[in-house]
Design a protein around this ligand. Sequence first.
Ligand SMILES: Cc1ncc(COP(=O)(O)O)c(C=O)c1O
Length: 450
Amino acid sequence: MDETKIFLDENEMPKKWYNINADLPKPLAPPLHPLTLKPMGPQDLTPLFPMEIIKQEVSTEKYINIPDEVRNILTLWRPSPLYRAKRLEKALKTKARIYYKWEGVSPPGSHKPNTAVAQAYYNMKEGTERISTETGAGQWGSSLAFACKLFEIECMVYMVACSYLGKPYRRIMMETWGAKVTSSPSKLTEAGKAILKKDPDCPGSLGIAISEAVEDAIKHENTHYSLGSVLNHVALHQTIIGQEAKIQLKKAGEEKADIIIGCTGGGSNFSGLAFPFIQDKLKGDNKELRAIGVEPMACPTLTKGVYAYDFGDTAKMAPAVKMYTLGHDFIPGAIHAGGLRYHGMSPQVSLLVNEKIVEAQAYYQKEVFEAAKLFAETEGFLVAPESAHAIKAVIEEAKKCKEEKVIVFNNSGHGHFDLGAYDQFLRGKLVDFEYPAELVKQSLAKLPKV
Ligand SMILES: Cc1ncc(COP(=O)(O)O)c(C=O)c1O
């Protein structure tokens, strides 16, 4: 009961991914073609993804085998440890028992390579020579750069301008793994050039970087596109986190979790931890379970957005999906949690929020950094600004606990390349971005009419 870290042996690592599409209370609305706004078939996705990924995207099979070659690479850092945050509990004087899955142990430092390795593998199998992608804070770009190197695939990364400037070490990491990195909006694509023409100082957004990476994949020979979040196959690959956590909780002597928490950018780390637990809730085995997605007040997709069809990117080149959205051309304030600056959200997470199975909370970045500092002072780790959003919610929930509860959160990555942000916070220079209600209103007026 009292252990700090609960480990699993490599042979206890799950052999299958869990697909929540098999258990959703309603089927997902079909993705629509960006030009015709008509439902898309698997064939429409072939310019972007390998066939095996497309099959996973539309699959309703409950479990999908993890290829041995992928499992073998994952053992470089998996199974990841489950920690009991005893020192944080003590500081909060809470009755809650707080556990966290520590995904910062991967070579790039976050949960993102769990899907990057799988995606690069399926591309390699189908002969892809080059992959383009976007990255916010650089965690996803570095994960894909790492995975592409392992399979000798070229990697092209469009990095959101404000992070490109603020996080040069992430760029260097990507380049060390052989990737080519450009600031987005860039002059390499029509989508980037159009934005730069309107605003040469545009801080960029994930929506713009996705447009650039999609355009790149469509225009280049033997190039596919890869997305680090939002889509069903990405959440699928991340479910290894929650499946491991369930075994580890049992080993720690816990019968069940009461509250599951993860930050939500596009939804992948939250889904990865939460879906295997929500599976039990949907079966009726843990009906009281609360699952909470946590987002920034500067980009509050789930708490202030609308549930509607919208494009996945700014230039309307990516499919339109039904999701919570702030509008595809909304550009959030340049908060340090770059991975949470996305206008949309995973359709699966969106459906679960709309069905009131998942809750959402939003916080300002200063209070989030205060939470990160308390975590560093008690548990030692300096976490990514994205993950710190989850910690803020954990602290709030733990303080409210009147009785013993088990809280599990996804500590999605380390913040060793985010020290500039910590520095600003420590020097009192960090600013909060108010929720830009007027901008969102304008941007929501441009939703596709479906
Ligand atoms: C460490 C970390 N956590 C969380 C996120 C948010 O993404 P997602 O919602 O897909 O997990 C990111 C995205 O870049 C990240 O780098």
